[in-house]
Design a protein around this ligand. Structure first.
Ligand SMILES: *Cc1c(COP(=O)(O)O)cnc(C)c1O
Ligand SMILES: [Zn+2]
Length: 388
């Protein structure tokens, strides 16, 4: 069913066996990426047949890592709408503005895609206990898929993580521990517990498959645009799984011969000004990012002081002739109100940040009025309403 062939280190190119549980390349301290036998897949699968299958992420199973259907944990993730933003576009002077609205995913964010893939594959490889450090939404998603798969879940999250993330994790049965600090502090605790008690750590890019789930956003976009790609994709970047995943998807689709044109989108990473390690590295012309001290933003999902995949993110941004933009909390909250009032879309602050970023790029003349531009609304604003 799956054409998964091997895993490859993103730095040294070394090969790893996907038949056993893998984490990352210990030599390079770098992520592993899943490689498929795309030559076989090209003759074995039909793009248009996949389009006719029942909706959901797993209709792309041949280019996802899970082999047995019974291990494909499904809660309705994927096939999110691509919405044209007529009113906002007119107001901003952009004729082809879209949002890929990921807020309708299970658990209310696109984290469902990545965790569906990672938890499913872990289950297939015999894992019964999964653990994660989280800025919030990844933990909620992991907990849901673990419950679905009859697995135990343990979550470390900063004490100031949105309440919804604590509730959603607990009600599906996860054990949660609140940490005084950031996701980087939570990560250290998760790593220790994983090492001493045999939990499997599904931290961003510390295992190869979350980015596989997220890459399907790239396949869906191509399909939704009639097997062409837009001119610009604007993505709120924390760990960068979706950015890296989508660029990977475009490479795979090209190898599969699925794209009607070789035209590639320019990728834009948006981060919050209070935590913008990727933006700084991009502007400095650096190959990797530096740990961002004192990270602070209301967009909890963007509070990632250093991504484990920073080198890949920066490579992909540059390969795409893209850009990197920092927006203040004030700007992203204003963009959230703008999108809500013009379109009826109550975006997560992270998703709204993409609109704030676009406003800056428009002002600088970096986007042309007639370009096809896609914003990623990565979650629903409802998850951020506080209980107090
Ligand atoms: C995690 C998260 C992000 C960042 O996603 P990455 O793929 O890790 O860069 C953006 N928005 C929301 C709502 C998130 O939960
Ligand atoms: Zn390596």
């Amino acid at each position: 069913m799956s054409y998964l062939h091997h895993l490859e280190c993103s730095v040294c190119g070394g090969n790893f066996d996907p038949a056993i549980l893998q984490t990352f390349c210990q030599n390079c301290q770098a992520p592993l990426l899943a490689r498929y036998d795309l030559e076989q897949a090209q003759t074995g699968i039909d793009r248009d047949e996949i389009s006719r299958r029942p909706k959901g992420m797993w209709r792309w199973r041949e280019i996802l890592p899970v082999f047995a259907q019974e291990n494909m944990l499904f809660l309705g993730e994927g096939d999110t709408p691509l919405l044209r933003l007529y009113a906002s576009g007119t107001e901003l002077g952009l004729t082809q503005l879209y949002v890929k609205d990921e807020s309708i995913n299970p658990t209310g964010t696109f984290k469902a895609r990545g965790l569906a893939a990672a938890v499913s594959k872990a289950k297939e490889l015999g894992v019964t206990k999964v653990i994660i450090p989280t800025a919030g939404n990844a933990g909620g998603a992991m907990a849901a898929y673990a419950a679905r798969g009859g697995m135990q879940a343990h979550i470390f999250m900063p004490a100031d993580t949105p309440h919804a993330n604590q509730y959603e994790s607990q009600i599906v049965g996860a054990a949660i521990e609140l940490v005084d600090g950031l996701i980087s502090d939570a990560a250290k605790l998760a790593r220790e517990k994983a090492a001493t008690e045999g939990w499997f750590d599904v931290s961003t890019f510390k295992e190869p498959y979350r980015t596989e789930g997220k890459k399907i956003m790239g396949y869906e976009l191509a399909e939704q645009f009639g097997w062409t790609l837009p001119d610009v994709i604007i993505y709120p970047t924390g760990g960068g799984t979706g950015l890296v995943g989508m660029w990977k998807a475009f490479n795979e689709m090209e190898a599969l011969g699925w794209l009607e044109s070789s035209h590639r989108p320019r990728l834009v990473a948006v981060q919050a000004a209070g935590c913008a390690p990727i933006i700084k590295a991009f502007e400095d012309g650096a190959k990797s990012s530096e740990f961002w001290n004192g990270a602070q933003t209301v967009a909890a999902g963007l509070r990632v002081p250093k991504s484990f995949a920073d080198k890949i993110i920066l490579d992909d941004l540059r390969a795409s002739h893209g850009a990197a933009v920092a927006v203040s909390d004030e700007q992203l909250l204003a963009a959230q109100r703008f999108l809500a009032s013009r379109e009826g879309i109550f975006a997560a602050p992270e998703g709204a940040a993409t609109l704030a970023g676009l406003m800056q790029l428009k002002e600088k003349g970096w986007v042309r009025p007639d370009e096809r531009i896609v914003l990623f609304n990565t979650g629903t604003g409802l998850k951020y309403i506080s209980a107090e």
